[in-house]
Design a protein around this ligand. Structure first.
Ligand SMILES: Nc1ncnc2c1ncn2[C@@H]1O[C@H](COP(=O)(O)OP(=O)(O)O)[C@@H](O)[C@H]1O
Ligand SMILES: [Mg+2]
Length: 420
């Protein structure tokens, strides 16, 4: 794989030289044939590539050059479905050979792609509609080498600058993929999250179907819904309500539940028009937040709300944002980023996410920081998950062109008398 791309780049470089031009790394890289080659290789390593991409985009700003984000976006939509015979083999192994007796109907064409598998719709003899997530065979066994291969590919193609040190990110990607490849554990999180959420009128979650679930096949009730982004065309009032509910849920996850569904990919949220409820899916990346983090963020957000810069800096230090090697300028840059992130919190009344351009502005500052060769201090991984979650909510609110009174919602979770 690596030599294929490197060979392609070499040939391209020679072509440039022949024309009397000095080849540049990025010039070589972005030729259509190389982009094609890289995309193909990444598709083969789809699950690992999506995870590495996900982790890179949640760190200080977006480290991924636009060419790579495009490839990643394509990966998400272009999954190769398992051939029917392979699917049947996986299901025979999970459920025994006579499994079709259990179903009134089983749709072999996948209803949706998952990152390391595919989702089928089926109806049991009892008439229960199920979503069945089936993992690609062999995925679990090759996680470590797949991640290594993705990183090698990104490095050798110049898509990932060699100055960037991502050992901890690589280790994290492997760890997470191993966790997410255990569908039994995902089912346990789904059960636990539903319990914590309790009887909630605003959300619908799938109900796990334990007897048909194991580490490679996850069965749960099928939940009707349309993509959450499709609400962009709904009345303003509905968009505002949905965004507000999701912000509130994110803060509840952090401050009340201390359990965060850390993958705010839009595809994990849908909307059920009949019941007027938000559908929550995908609990594979759910994690518990340690007390110290929760307290750190309570202090940080409280200080942000009060515009108290000294307390904010203290809280950020407690959480672990600043490495000993960081210069005062870099610390200031991080603090600027926090202040920007707190903008909706400090705003009186509904904050207009679409008009604010906030995700773009944060991206730009984060990018400048990330491109500073001397700055490479990764905050604790729990902090990264929280960034990802909150950034996901900002992006979703912006996409829905929603106005949300974030300050009023946050006040409920940060009020002095309740917590001090
Ligand atoms: N219970 C369900 N009901 C309806 N659709 C579902 C259900 N579970 C998953 N899906 C569909 O399958 C897609 C992928 O499932 P998901 O659990 O998010 O996989 P992954 O963990 O790989 O992201 C979802 O975005 C959704 O479209
Ligand atoms: Mg998902």
């Amino acid at each position: 794989m690596a030599t294929g791309v490197a060979g392609g780049m070499l040939a391209e470089g020679v072509r440039h030289l022949a024309k009397g031009q000095m080849p540049t790394m990025s010039g070589i890289l972005l030729t259509p044939s190389n982009a094609e080659r890289i995309t193909k290789e990444l598709a083969r390593l789809r699950g690992a590539a999506m995870k590495v991409g996900q982790l890179m985009s949640m760190d200080a700003g977006d480290l991924i050059p636009p060419a790579l984000s495009e490839m990643m976006a394509r990966l998400r939509s272009d999954a190769n479905a398992m051939p029917m015979s392979q699917l049947v083999t996986v299901l025979d192994k999970a459920w025994g050979n006579n499994w079709s007796d259990k179903f009134e109907r089983f749709t072999f064409t996948p209803a949706a792609a998952a990152s390391i598998g595919q989702v089928h719709r089926a109806r049991t003899r009892e008439g229960i509609d199920l979503a069945i997530k089936v993992q690609y065979p062999g995925v679990r066994e090759s996680i470590d080498s797949d991640v290594d291969n993705v990183v090698t590919l990104l490095r050798i193609s110049g898509l990932l600058p060699s100055s960037i040190e991502i050992d901890s990110l690589i280790a994290e990607a492997k760890m997470q993929l191993h966790a997410e490849a255990d569908y039994q554990s995902e089912q346990n999180w789904l059960t636990r999250y539903s319990d914590i959420l309790g009887n909630q009128s605003d959300f619908i979650l799938p109900v796990p179907h334990a007897e048909l679930t194991n580490s490679k096949v996850l069965a749960m009730t099928w939940v009707e819904g349309v993509p959450i982004e499709s609400l962009a065309l709904a009345p303003q009032q509905l968009r505002d309500r949905v965004a507000a509910k999701l912000f509130e849920l994110a803060l509840k996850e952090l401050f009340d539940f201390q359990v965060i569904q850390s993958d705010p990919n839009f595809a994990n949220y849908r909307f059920n028009h009949d019941e007027q409820k938000i559908v929550l899916l995908d609990f594979g990346a759910t994690r518990a937040m340690p007390d110290s983090m929760v307290e750190g963020y309570r202090k940080l957000m409280r200080a942000g709300l009060d515009k108290d810069q000294i307390k904010m800096r203290e809280a950020a230090t407690d959480i672990g944002y600043f490495g000993a090697e960081m210069s005062p300028q870099q610390i200031d840059a991080v603090m600027d980023l926090f202040e920007m992130a707190c903008e909706p919190l400090c705003h009186q009344g509904a904050y207009d996410f679409a008009g604010s351009n906030l995700p773009k502005r944060m991206h730009d500052v984060g990018m400048t920081l990330a491109l500073d060769r001397n700055y490479w201090h990764s905050p604790p991984v729990d902090a990264l998950f929280l960034h990802r979650k909150l950034a996901g909510m900002y992006l979703l609110a912006a996409r829905l062109k929603a106005g949300v009174d974030v300050r009023a919602i946050a006040n409920r979770y940060l009020s002095e008398d309740e917590y001090l």
